[in-house]
Design a protein around this ligand. Structure first.
Ligand code: PHE
Length: 344
């Protein structure tokens, strides 16, 4: 049942959000000081029950987020939290009325410059007296927060859907010529309030710290957040300042092509096993993997041919062709052992 690979397990002790020099931790403090009268929880375990992460948040039984190809399970009842919302119910039951949970969260995911299977969220929850317009209070709070984080920038509210809030909204900020999703939010679902014996109303929102740090400090690749190279962390001694890339070594591209039998086009990567495929690539290539992108796809004789381009790049050194060929061969071996595919 346990589907947590080594590279993910190795990340569990790092807790970037509690490493005072790290920009993720610095942004946490900046947001916590905006909500200075909220109780903060920075050390809740990343291992949570499926009850807290899914059931108590009213996630349907058949929701894809529950599947082992989206979520890391320790056993059938425990997961690495996929969202800090996993702590909402326990803390509300303990009687907390306004609190912030910061923590590392885990999701199997695609590979590119802004996605990493471990990232950091802040969950902010506030209970308000019965009869209060919780949505209006939420929007006012969020407008204040965005103005504080992004003075002078344009932002907008959009409708969204989360099973544990109703209504649900999100905020996007206009940044570098595009809209960037900053947080998901909503009015706490009445069923959750009832389950926690709370006769009042309230709101909650969840914000991803990593992508905000990238945009805040102009960091071009999320893997920098995990580097042990001192040239990264030393740049943030003075605060959340713009990052200067210390070097840019060339990428190495390798293609991998194969036939699959039961292709279903229900994933971002164009294939139902895409997340598991990305995980194999990450396990073998570790943080040398910069991106995996679908290059080509066609059908023939009831089968589907898929071709992906893997970009390898290190921030620390030039990669040798031999080294990358070895990794690429390992990926091919593991792929053909574990998946129902025919390599080409
Ligand atoms: N947990 C949600 C997510 O990870 C964000 C969220 C938190 C939405 C609280 C609503 C309320 O996307």
């Amino acid at each position: 049942m346990n589907n947590i690979p080594k590279t993910i397990n190795d990340k569990r002790s790092l807790k970037l959000h509690n490493n005072e020099q790290h920009p993720v931790c610095q942004l946490k403090h900046k947001i916590q000081s905006y909500f200075h009268d909220f109780t903060t929880f920075d050390n809740l375990s990343e291992v949570v029950s499926t009850k807290g992460n899914f059931d108590e948040l009213l996630l349907p039984e058949d929701h894809p987020a529950r599947s082992a190809s989206d979520t890391y399970y320790l056993d059938s009842d425990q997961v690495l939290r996929t969202q800090t919302s996993a702590h909402q119910n326990e803390l509300l039951k303990q009687g907390h009325k306004q609190f912030i949970v910061t923590g590392d969260v885990y999701r199997k995911d695609t590979i590119d410059r802004t996605h990493y299977p471990v990232f950091h969220q802040m969950e902010v929850v506030k209970i308000l007296p019965k009869g209060t317009d919780a949505l209006a209070d939420l929007k006012e709070t969020l407008s204040g927060l965005i103005t504080y984080l992004y003075p002078g920038k344009t932002y907008r509210f959009l409708d969204d859907y989360f099973p544990f809030t109703d209504p649900s909204i999100q905020i996007e900020v206009y940044q570098d010529q595009e809209w960037m999703e900053v947080l998901g939010a909503g009015v706490v679902h009445p069923t959750i309030l009832k389950n926690c014996s709370i006769d009042a109303t309230g709101w909650a929102f969840g914000l991803g710290l990593d992508r905000l740090v990238l945009s805040y400090c102009d960091i071009p690749d999320i893997r920098y957040l995990w580097t042990t190279d001192e040239r990264f962390i030393n740049q943030f001694k003075e605060g959340l300042v713009p990052f200067r890339e210390y070097s840019k070594y060339p990428p190495v591209y390798k293609d991998i092509s194969f036939w699959v039998n039961n292709y279903r086009d229900n994933r971002e990567g164009g294939w139902s096993m895409y997340n598991d495929f990305c995980e194999i690539i990450r396990e073998e290539g570790t943080d040398l993997i910069e991106a995996v992108a679908l290059q080509d796809r066609y059908e023939k004789g009831g089968r589907t041919s898929l071709s992906y381009r893997i970009a390898y790049r290190s921030a620390e050194r030039t990669l040798s062709n031999e080294e990358i060929n070895r990794i690429q061969q390992k990926i091919r071996d593991v792929l053909s052992q574990r998946f129902d595919v025919e390599l080409r």
